[in-house]
Design a binder for this molecule. Structure first.
Ligand SMILES: [Zn+2]
Length: 378
């Protein structure tokens, strides 16, 4: 029997940092160009999940703050250019941009990070405005273009009385916010996906809680982002390399931007209740070296060896289904990419694999609607 074919969707959350910081040219425009150079040289079509609330804020403030307009125009240009060259563009929304100020050249975001924490009307207008912006931007290039896939900011989609229903109302075919096994408890975010009933195959979600699988056909589908356990050996190696890199950043001259990046990530993603240094050392270094490390399939967080382990884990899960083909979604974060060399090496290798075909999110939506992938019910 032939191997299961993997329809691999490479996606990228294309955005500034969660608190609005970061230089857009450095953490969005440059990495998108690099990713496109790699993908397009291997004939790979990927998807950029572009965060639109940020762009709406740039547009809102561009008359009062003249430096914002050329950046917002350049954002449009990058999105259009990517689309023109065969990359897919889909919808990503970070609600914290809904309450925004611009002072002394910096964004101050005070909106809640979680879509389900808004009232339904406010949530709907954020989603609808963002979707309209993207569709109006791309319709001159392709009148048939539609937003069909959605990724919630920081993955927060469940539980919610209305989030999935609003996506249905907007014509979204599938949501890709669920990441099985992930749980986050920080000062800005709290959600728990440790007990998701399906974390690999497409499924019909309970409309008020996408962590559960519905027993009937629903008007929207969830396709999870892949996750896996990095081996003990790679976990240990990753910890050591990270420590070396951070030590190098501290000692090298002119590394302010990188230092800021590390500080931001450490503060923003610090677990509540895990504040002691010893507890953090245990979580980050010791436990993964003993048991392996839970990993979201996020290209920006993996080196070449980690990416190879990820593909091996995907093949194992895919073959176990005994299906002829399965869709698998990987995420990426332009703003966090450290090493394009490893990504290029990885893409060069898997673009030759006979059991892997690349697919955009628009293509996954078409295949889901055509019934080419079985969609799980409880
Ligand atoms: Zn995001």
């Amino acid at each position: 029997m032939p191997d299961t074919t993997i329809h691999l969707a490479l996606t990228d959350d294309w955005e500034l940092r969660g608190n609005g910081s970061g230089r857009i040219a450095q953490i969005q425009f440059h990495p998108m160009k690099e990713l496109r150079r790699i993908y397009e040289s291997y004939g790979v079509r990927s998807t950029f999940n572009v965060e639109v609330m940020q762009q709406l804020a740039f547009r809102k403030f561009q008359d009062k703050h003249k430096e914002l307009k050329p950046l917002a125009d350049e954002w449009d240009d990058h999105v259009r250019e990517a689309f023109r060259h065969g990359q897919d563009i889909q919808l990503h929304v970070h609600p914290q941009w809904s309450k925004v100020q611009y002072k002394n050249g910096r964004w101050i975001l005070s909106g809640d990070w979680a879509l389900p924490n808004y009232d339904q009307d406010t949530a709907y207008s954020m989603l609808a405005e963002s979707k309209t912006y993207l569709e109006e931007l791309l319709h001159p290039l392709d009148p048939a273009y539609r937003c069909v896939a959605f990724r919630a900011g920081a993955s927060i989609i469940a539980p919610s009385k209305f989030a999935l229903s609003l996506l249905v109302k907007l014509g979204i075919v599938f949501d890709m916010s669920i990441v099985g096994g992930l749980s986050v408890n920080t000062r800005n975010l709290r959600f728990d996906y440790t007990d998701c009933e399906e974390s690999f195959l497409p499924f019909y979600p309970l409309m008020e809680d996408a962590r559960r699988v519905s027993d009937k056909t629903e008007p929207i589908i969830c396709v999870p982002i892949f996750h896996f356990t990095l081996s003990r050996r790679q976990s240990f190696r990753q910890t050591v390399l990270k420590a070396v890199r951070q030590a190098g950043q501290k000692s090298s001259r002119g590394a302010k931007e990188n230092e800021g990046k590390t500080d931001y990530a450490n503060q923003e993603w610090a677990e509540v209740g895990r504040s002691s240094r010893l507890a953090r050392v245990y979580d980050k270094a010791i436990r993964p070296s003993l048991a392996g490390k839970y990993m979201v399939a996020d290209i920006s967080q993996l080196d070449y060896a980690g990416l190879k382990e990820m593909i091996a884990a995907i093949r194992l899960r895919a073959r176990a289904t005994k299906l002829s083909c399965v869709p698998v979604i990987l995420t990426n974060h332009s703003k966090y990419i450290k090493d394009f060399f490893d990504i290029e090496r990885f893409i060069a290798e898997i673009s030759k694999a006979v059991d892997i075909k690349f697919a955009t999110l628009t293509e996954l939506a078409e295949r889901l609607q055509a019934g080419e992938y079985p969609v799980r019910k409880a």
